[in-house]
Design a protein around this ligand. Structure first.
Ligand code: GLY
Length: 386
């Protein structure tokens, strides 16, 4: 992956572009500083005619909705806004129904656009609504969390949660444009910023050891909102994701590498009831450390790599141990059962993303579940003796 050198380029209005070249479904990801002010213009310049129905949540709307609406009004593109309750519980059938009907009542037509303005929950839900509204309308992602900017807004996965699990109902529907303004991250709670950082680090761990080393040296600039550092972190992540999405849009293979840490992470999220006990990115942080530990135990990866990853993630304030999760201790057998329900289970075999080192992830179904069980039994027991 080519490295990107930044030096005082990330001033207000500065902008970088990443293209997703999927034949017939091409789009740009614009990454910049203060570019929310220009969102209406970018949409008008790139997407032709069509009015915008914005979907947001109360937290994001309180900080930024006026700015977005004003930029759309200036271009004569604003149709209306729907503001939903924040949080994972909004990503469900009832809210999908309410949102779809609100967009229809707003008068959104086939040639109009849904604009998903929020974090991963709003992005996934609004994109799902766009994919089924009038048999599919175009949509724009304007991600406002670090996690959404570097991961969920790119690649066209849409979905909602059900009793059976996370994101088990959904579609692939690529956005027509993504606008990621790193300035809006200033209003993101610190815990959410850290959770998103786990996904940033993940890109280094999957395929770019140089980027991981750069993060080890520069992570504090991400949290200090230094524009040059944050731009490089977001752009490098988006480029890594774009390459995998272009290679494997529907996740038949390589796109699955993006799930590094997620098989463990999703089970931890499910075991904690998708609650405030564990944010998605926090589950990923613990999950990637487990993936490295499992790889070491299987003799695939040099000893010490898991320690290095854990030291970095805990250094930024992320949980890295199952015992870091607050509340009642988790049960290893329950985690195994939850992992077996993962979407990535094929013909009864679990798919794991393992590593041969930092930046050397690969997919495999050849993992002895007894080794996973003994790792989890040990990890769930850690800290209990204190
Ligand atoms: N978040 C993983 C993917 O988009 O494939």
């Amino acid at each position: 992956m080519p490295s990107i050198v930044y030096s005082n380029v990330a001033q207000a209005g500065a902008q970088r572009k990443v293209r997703i070249d999927l034949p017939g479904r091409e789009y740009e990801i614009l990454i910049g500083v203060g570019i929310l002010n220009d969102a209406g213009r970018f949409i008008a310049q790139r997407l032709g005619a069509g009015l915008c129905g914005v979907v947001s949540d109360e937290n994001v709307a309180g900080h930024h909705l006026k700015t977005l609406e004003a930029s759309m009004r200036a271009e004569g593109r604003f149709k209306g806004s729907v503001v939903l309750r924040p949080g994972e519980a909004t990503k469900r059938f009832g809210e999908l129904e309410r949102l779809s009907e609100s967009l229809l009542e707003m008068g959104l037509e086939r040639g109009d656009l849904v604009v998903a303005f929020g974090g991963g929950v709003i992005g996934d839900l609004a994109a799902f609504a766009a994919s089924i509204l009038r048999r599919g309308v175009r949509y724009v992602q304007i991600p406002t969390s670090l996690l959404a900017q570097v991961d969920s807004s790119v690649g066209g996965k849409t979905g909602i949660n059900t009793r059976q699990g996370k994101n088990l109902i959904g579609t692939f529907h690529q956005p027509s444009l993504v606008i990621a303004d790193i300035d809006v991250l200033k209003t993101l709670p610190e815990r959410e910023m850290r959770a998103g950082y786990a996904e940033v680090a993940k890109y280094g761990l999957i395929g770019d050891a140089e980027f991981f080393a750069w993060l080890e040296a520069n992570w504090s600039g991400v949290f200090a909102h230094e524009p040059d550092v944050l731009m490089k972190a977001v752009e490098t992540s988006v480029r890594a994701k774009a390459a995998l999405v272009i290679a494997d849009e529907k996740e038949a293979g390589q796109r699955g590498l993006l799930n590094l840490g997620h098989t463990f992470g999703h089970a931890l999220e499910a075991a904690t009831g998708y609650s405030d006990r564990l944010l998605h990115g926090e589950g990923v942080s613990i999950g990637v450390v487990l993936a490295f530990e499992l790889s070491e135990r299987l003799g695939l990866c040099e000893r010490g790599s898991a320690r290095r990853v854990a030291d970095h993630l805990s250094g930024v304030g992320l949980p890295t141990l199952i015992s870091d999760i607050s509340g009642p201790p988790l049960d290893a057998e329950e985690l195994i059962r939850l992992m077996a329900q993962d979407k990535k289970v094929r013909q009864g075999r679990m798919t794991f993303v393992l590593v041969r080192g930092i930046g050397k992830a690969f997919l495999t179904q050849a993992v002895d579940i007894e080794i996973v069980r003994s790792l989890l039994l040990e990890k769930c027991g850690e800290g209990l003796e204190n």
